[in-house]
Structures are given as C-alpha cells and as structure tokens.
Write a protein that binds this ligand. Sequence first.
Ligand code: BGC
Length: 744
Amino acid sequence: MVGRIKISSLAILASLACFGPAGASPADQPWLDPNLPPETRAHSAVAAMSLDEKLRLVFGYSDQALTDVSKVPDDIVSPELKTYIVTHLVKGSAGFVPGVPRLGIPDQTQTDASMGVRNSFIPSTALPSSLATAASFDPDVPRAGGAMIGAEARATGHNTMLSGGINLAREPRNGRNFEYAGEDPLLAGAMVGALIDGIQSNRIVSTIKHYAVNDQETLRTSLDVTISAEAMRQSDLLAFELAIEKGSPGSVMCSYNLINGRWGCENDYLLNTVLKHDWGYKGFVMSDWGAVHSTVGAANGGLDQFTGFCCVTDKPWFAPPAMKAALASGAIPQKRLDDMVERILWALFDKGPVDNPVKVTPIDYAANAAVSQKAAEESLVLLKNEGSLLPLRRVKSIAVIGGNADKGVLAGAGSSDVTPVGGAVMIDNHTYLPSPPLDALKRELSKAKISFDSGSDIASAAELAGRADVAIVFLNQHLSEGSDHALELTGNQDALVAAVAKANPKTIVVAETGGAIYMPWADQVPAILEAFYPGIRGGAAIARILTGKVNPSGHLPISFPASPDQLARKEIAGLGQPDGTPAEVAYDEGAAIGYKWYDLKGYKPLWAFGHGLSYTRFTLSNLEARPDGKGVRATLSIRNSGKRAGKGVAQLYVAPSDWRAFGWEAPKRLGAFAKAGLKPGESKRIELIVDPRLLATYEAAGNNWHIKAGTYRLMLGDASDGEMTVADVTLPDSVWSASKTIEP
Ligand code: BGC
C-alpha cells in the first residue's frame, strides 16, 4: 500500500539547512534580507566573497564524486572541499555545488528531471512522460505535475531540479522525445513553462534544457548542427524563449552538441547574444554533465557553472587552478567571474533556496500518485474509435494481450528514470512502473471475464482473442537517452496486432510509446489509444479511459509519419558510428518541423499533430478576429454537442495569404489554443491571443521580428489536418527588435 512514508535515511540531509552564520543579521549581511530585490542581494553577496568562495559556486560535482573525488589531486579539489562534498552531497542525486556557509549561501542539491525526482535511493512519484502531458493541451496539467514533483524534490533535500526538457521533436526518432514537449514551439513553450512554474512554486530552482538544437541522441557529444539563425529563432529557440517567459527558470542547461561549429556550452551566439542579451535572461547557464570543452572559451562564451565533475579522468575546466590562471592572465576578466557568480546567486535568491531552505519531510505518495493519474487521464490520446467501440460497455469477456500489461506500464530510460514508489518492474532491461493495466481493467470491469496472454506466441494470442468479445493488444516502444530509436516496433508486435485483429474484429490497440511509431495495421483495427509513457498510475488511467469513467481529451503534440519516406532525413546523421565520432547534420528543413513539414511537402501523416478524439463531440464556431497590439485577438465559441461531459481543445492556426511570399517556413503555424471542459449542450466563448512572433518572421540582418502587411487567415479546428472555421484579419507592417533589452 502506498501511504505516508517517512524517509528516515535522509534525516542527515536536515543538515542542508545550514544558513547564515550564528548571530548574522541582515545589517551585516544585506543579501540575507528577503525584502531586497534579488539583483541587489546577489550583487552584495558577490562583493563579500573571496575568490575561493566564488570559485566554489562555478564548479559542480556529480554523485559519483562521493566515491571518486578523493582520488582527484588536492590542488583541483582541496581536502577541505572533498570532505565537505562527501558529507553534504545527497547520495543518489544528479549533482552538487557546494555553498558558502559563512555567507548563508546554501549548497545546490540537484536532481533530475522532468517526470519526477530521480534518486536511486529514494522512491518518487513518476508523472507521465513530458510528451504525454503536452498532449493535454492544458498548461494546468504540467503546472500541477511540476508542483507535485517539485514538492518531492524539496521533501527529499533537493533545491534544484534539472527539469524542463524542451528540445523540439524535429527528429521523430530522437531517443529523448518522451522527455520533451513535442514538435511545436508554442505548445512546447506553454507546457514546459508551466512545468517549471509548478516546480519553482516550491521555492526551488528549475532548469530548462538542453540549450539548444540537441534534437538527436546519436553522437550527441560530437554532432555539429548546421541551422540558420532565422530557422532557430522561429523553432527551437522560440520554444525556449516562450517557456522562459512563462516559467522563468533559475537556470538553463547548455547542450552537448555543437551548433554552427561551436559547442553548446561555449556558444557565444546562443548564450551571450540570444539568451542573455536579447532575452535579458538573469539566471545562470549550467553545463550538461561532461559538456564543457574549455576554460576561457566556455566562461567567455557564456557558461556560468561547470556541473557534474567527479573523477580524476574528468577535465577540470572550471576548477580553481584553471580559473585562477585565466583570471591572472586576464583571459577571463574578473568582472566576468563576478557575473557568473551573481547569476547563480540571483537564481538562489529569486527562486527561494536561500530564504526557504529545503529540508527532509514526509511525502504523501498517495496524494501525489493521484496528481500523476489525473495528468495521464488528461493526456492519453484516442486516435481511432470506429463504430464507437469505446468506451467498453456490457462486455462479458476480454482478451488482454501483450505489452507486459499484467506487470506494469512502460517508462523511458536515462537520466529522467524515476525509481517509482512500489519499485520498478524490470523486464528485458526496461523499466515498468507498477501499475498493470490488466489489474486496473479487472477492477473497472469486475463482472467481465478478463484473460491475459503475453503475446509471445501469436497463434495462442489470436486463439484467445477469437474466444473473447473484445481484444485489447498492448504495444511497447522503448526509448532511452543516449541513443535514437526506430519507429518500427520491435519483435513480433506488428504481426501480433494483425493476427489478433483477424481473429477478433473488435480489437483495440493501446500503444505505450515514447514518441511516434509506424502503425502498419492501423486500418485493420477499429480503436487505438495512444498512452505514451503514462506514469505511476498509468494502468488505472488507461482502464478508466477504455471503460468511459474518463472521457479522453488528449491531442497529439507530434505528428505520426505514415512511412519512412515522409521523414525530413532518411537516416539519422552518424548512425552506427562510435560515440565521439565527429559528425555533421544540416537541418535544412529549418523551422518546418512536424506538421509544418508535412504541410510544406503535401504529405498526409498517419496521425496529424493536434488530432485526438473524445466520446462526445465539440463544435467550434463564431470565430472573430481583430488586430491587438502587434498580434491578434480572436474569440470563438466551443460547444459540447454530444451526450457526455468532456473536454474539447480549440486549436487556432494562422497563415498569411501567401505564405511563401511572406517568407514563412510552412503554410500554417499553431497560433493559440485552449482546452474547455463542457457538459452536454453547454457552450463557452473563449478569447485567444496570437503572440506577434507567431505572425512574424525573424530577420537576422537587423535582429528583428517582422510582420509583413497583409491579410492573415485564422483557422480554427481540433486538429492540424481537420476541418477549419476561418476568419481573416488585415495586419499592418510591423518590425520590432528581437532583443528585449532594446525598447520597441
Ligand atoms: C543529461 C541531462 C541530465 C544530466 C544529469 C545528462 O547526461 O543529458 O539531461 O540532467 O545528465 O543527470
């Protein structure tokens, strides 16, 4: 049973609350005065610090330092610091940056990641994958999830979450797509911004990552991505920009790859020009673990904190000897070091860890699991439901087949891997969360005869299916950090669906996938539920949707290609080559990612971005639009014209009258969206604002956004390929700086 569990083994972490030397008062230490602005506090704290204290804050350690830092030479990590690290680091966490107890500056205790606290010694509540929660099309879902996982981070002694993955699903085979929020910059920005906002509501720091264009895992540490500034600003960078505006993360994690010939963690253009100058970002840039390649280049290129050092084999780029030499020679100006430290401190003051030290407290895991279940129930996507086969009604017998549905639901792997409450079920080296859909279905349909077949023998599965009223086939696609994955399902899964569908025409497929897959059998089955990685109560959420306790309301945050020839790249760059091999990829599709690419090419995907069915029907109408500032204000009506309560999603796409002449990357973009819960017969009037950047193109020459004068069509629908209600609006020419530090 899951209940209130006290983590006594973490009691030692209470010592993390070592703030402000005894007797210190705000008068002696003005930076500890919570009434002062964070900028002032950070500035005065830096002024009080010695060089060695400053250098402590810019050099972080990984969990492995616990065992390995002792072997590192003393001039790199002093004996005092080694002792401090091994006594203060939260065992099993991702990283640690020693604080400055003399000044009341706390240690930074860092944990991965976007689906929950990852600490192999601490059970945590796993949210559905971030791709799943993006499918909710409702920022309140990731915000509630973020508030929950952030509370668990705080209660387990972590004051920094490495959460907020937002790389766009430019490459559908990217092994980390499940950690990200889909292919559209507006949707991803809104969802990840809300996740960060929720996490930081716990007065801890959250990190947005991986900055930037780290859109494939193959050769991720040696891949050089070529992409124009225009394309980046309208795609990957726009997602970051919007999420940073909405969520205000305390830090940004720079990525492993090179972008236009420069490493992510020393990319002057991305870090200094775009992030810090143009966006006016006040927080700090931390490196991904092992992503630093120099001292001077990285510090001057915009990196503020080296993170993840552990061992004698690591290059200590930001350790005291290297930093002191660079400062002494003037290669790194003293004021740059002060800026690095001030940015780190700004985040610690502004987001809360200084004034609200974390301490270990009990966690209400049952309540937190309910948050995760609700997130799944808002997010799973009903792709197909011919003849209203779902929800299941009056079924006497069900054959549940495959996918280890008797054991649990699949989770993704890598640094986001949560040690679930109740323990992980490991099958073929893949993590399953202990929420078996089979058990949940039995609970929901207690009168039905429900049998299970593992699906390993296709003939026996088909035979069982043939004897049941309904068959439900569970499919799995395992994704993990560090490698990319085929969109073809592994093993016998495609053949299994085809055989079961032949044996029983009432076959429902439930796909637990990290991202898109090919579905060669899609025409042969009447119903398909995309369950993504549905989290710690995924089985319950699946069963409640299949049985109609919950009306599905998720819509796809990614396109599902129909076949390999629809992909922008035939092969993943560098596939099959050993790690570290230098490789290049040119992102010639630019900002035309996902549905934009399909529209541009005239391809019909298997399932389009934004697609998602409900057990009721929604009617969208009365679209009106007018210019509002530089953007557009639209109002629309949404009505539940069916017989069940449900949640409908209004998607407003925008397009100029002649998109090519206007220099757009594709025929249309998502301009705004909203989700509304409606009872049968109920309707609502909704107002949506289209951000001017979504009506503009970015012009690198003047560093401007530019909306060209003309007619813009607004298209209202419930999928990117669905029927649209349209309204036109005429906009004047407007040009404004992409730099927020310059007055418009
Ligand atoms: C991942 C990051 C993660 C870090 C610390 C890296 O390998 O790319 O996302 O936060 O490890 O675990």
